[in-house]
Design a protein around this ligand. Structure first.
Ligand code: ARG
Length: 585
């Protein structure tokens, strides 16, 4: 069902634009949430800028806008304050109608994008024969959330796993295994990923030390590229091995991805280079084929080119990404392409995008974005390690979160003298442990580094998964206590908003659509976390100040609707973060 709700901010915005009239077409009303409740709910800040332009008094301009403004359905009479701010206070009657509409709508009033797009989200993307590390975990969690938000807004999302499954390292690895562990190249499951990683390191050491081995490894790459059947079979086995292990992590995290690794673009690499040559962008430098770009220099200040074909004729990571850009635009018909990797790859993507633009492979209307994120650090700001000091494996990291939560939960049950089945404990710990890891990641501004702390992420206070999940469970327990079916509250029941806490909660609930469109635009999941966190806090305020089950009708039903809307909003919001809810905790 297509939602017919227009967000409050959009409605106010339109009313102001109408009041400005044709003379000021295109002027942004600069509508924001009020910084202080004493100035109402929203303020429009454009009078100051306009005044400067027109050489008039800002307050006079604000007054003439207000004189033409009709927002009586939504707000009390707008007030002019300070230098020329226009303040709006939303009418409770308007909030009540909007909440009723939200209650009726399965999408909770969140609209579907007017122009749904085809969006490629390139995320997770670990490398074959290597361990998936915390950086890939971060990409997986962020990417899944971003994809979920876009999907919910009605976009057609292609979730691509650009795994590193090609390159000279495979020559080296296959050659080494042929000597050290030939079964691995002929039998499925002869190795697990842990062994493979160890063997990879040994192969690399051999490669670095032994020139003869180096040369033989190159021959092996040539065989791989020439699709020699034995070599391809060995390569496939190695890929399958890694794939199975990656899949275990994806299944646990409930993340869907379509694998389309680097090798997929092999057939297109030579055309990429040929086409760049044809457009005159290619320059030979020390035997390599390069494109020189604006704004990229090395330490000495000399221009730094993007190499697309190495001296030995081989292609590289950048060539593959250039081929991928073209493929995603021409064949996948993407309108928007989003890459989620650590900030360390920012230059790589800036260069690839610049080359693709110079080559005219990116039409005007297409938005192509690198979504960078910071590092995940261990306690003390150092590299994240296990207790015994080794590099941490993702599986262990997830297991530990679960185990620690399970211990907290057991202690809590003892404290509360509560009896629960083992099944309840195992299931809650699994769900909450994993959710805590996800939420800790998503609730940070992704551009900053963050310290991975089990202690913090598992707390049931503050901006954490357990806190949010308890906040969801609370209204459910009210329903159980009052023997109430939230679905039977009626779509047209009266909503009464008189208490401060009710009004505050109502206004916050109605922000949902705006927040989701912001996340869709800026790709910052922490905004959604912050919104949900504030929602739980406002709900708690409401719950402390406004009796629900003991109130008289029609107030009782009105308050139950607020409980239900809060629960539904939390559930939807958490779902967009990739986090399930528990009905009972
Ligand atoms: N495999 C790369 C890595 O582990 C990430 C790939 C990201 N996607 C891309 N199209 N380059 O760092």
């Amino acid at each position: 069902m297509k939602s017919t709700i227009t967000y409050l901010t959009t409605q106010l915005d339109r009313a102001i634009v109408a009041a400005l009239g044709d003379d000021y077409a295109g002027v942004d009303p600069l509508l924001v949430l009020s910084s202080n409740p004493k100035f109402g709910d929203y303020q429009a800040n454009m009078a100051m800028g306009l005044a400067k332009k027109l050489g008039q008094q800002p307050r006079a301009i604000a007054q003439s806008i207000v004189d033409n403004l009709d927002v009586s359905e939504i707000c009390e009479a707008p007030q002019i304050a300070g230098a020329g701010f226009i303040n709006f206070t939303v009418k409770p009657s308007y909030l009540a109608t909007q909440l009723q509409a939200m209650q009726r709508d399965s999408r909770l009033g969140v609209t579907i994008a007017e122009k749904p797009q085809r969006v490629v989200v390139d995320f997770s993307s670990p490398n074959i024969a290597k361990e998936m590390h915390v950086g890939h975990l971060r990409s997986t969690i962020l990417g899944d959330c971003i994809a979920r938000v876009l999907e919910f807004r009605g976009h057609d999302v292609l979730r691509l796993n650009h795994v590193g499954d090609w390159g000279t390292q495979f020559g080296m690895l296959i050659l080494y295994l042929r000597e050290a562990y030939p079964q691995a190249l002929t039998t499925a499951d002869a190795l697990d990923l842990g062994d493979l990683v160890v063997l990879y390191k040994q192969a690399k050491q051999r490669f670095d030390e032994d020139p003869q081995f180096q040369e033989a490894a190159r021959q092996e790459v040539v065989k791989l590229q020439a699709k020699d059947p034995d070599t391809i079979k060995a390569w496939n086995l190695l890929c399958d091995q890694s794939r199975r292990e990656f899949q275990v992590i994806y299944d646990r995290l409930n993340v869907q991805l379509t694998e389309r690794g680097e090798s997929f673009y092999n057939p297109y690499l030579s055309t990429v280079v040929e086409d760049l040559r044809a457009t005159g962008l290619l320059v030979e430098s020390d035997g390599a084929q390069c494109v020189f770009l604006d704004g990229f220099t090395n330490r000495e200040g000399d221009p730094l080119p993007l190499i697309v074909q190495k001296t030995d004729g081989g292609y590289n990571y950048a060539t593959t990404d250039l081929a991928a850009v073209r493929y995603r635009i021409q064949t996948d018909k993407a309108d928007r392409i989003i890459y989620i990797t650590d900030a360390g790859q920012a230059d790589h993507f800036a260069q690839v995008f610049q080359v693709a633009r110079l080559a005219k492979w990116i039409p005007e209307h297409i938005e192509i974005t690198h979504v960078p994120f910071g590092l995940v650090l261990g306690e003390g700001g150092k590299k994240i390690k296990t207790r015994s000091g080794e590099a941490i494996k993702l599986k262990e990291l997830l297991d530990e979160a679960i185990e620690r939560f399970s211990n907290l939960l057991k202690a809590r049950l003892v404290d509360e003298e509560r009896q629960e089945t083992d099944e309840f404990i195992t299931n809650s710990s699994e769900v909450i442990g994993l959710s805590s890891v996800k939420y800790a990641d998503l609730s940070q501004n992704r551009t900053s580094n963050y310290v991975f702390s089990y202690d913090k992420m598992l707390l049931d206070k503050g901006n954490t998964a357990p806190y949010m999940m308890y906040a969801y469970a609370r209204p459910q327990s009210i329903a159980r206590k009052g023997d109430i079916d939230f679905n039977q509250l009626g779509d047209n029941a009266q909503i009464i908003l008189t208490e401060e806490a009710e009004l505050t909660l109502a206004k916050h609930l109605l922000q949902l659509g705006t927040i989701i469109t912001e996340v869709e635009r800026d790709l910052l999941p922490n905004r959604l976390c912050q919104y949900l966190f504030e929602l739980s806090q406002k709900y708690n305020q409401f719950f402390e100040n406004c009796p629900v089950l003991s109130s008289e009708e029609p107030l009782r039903t009105s308050r139950l609707i607020l409980c239900n809307l809060t629960a539904k909003t939390l559930k939807l919001g958490l779902d967009l973060l990739g986090i399930p809810v528990l009905e009972r905790m």
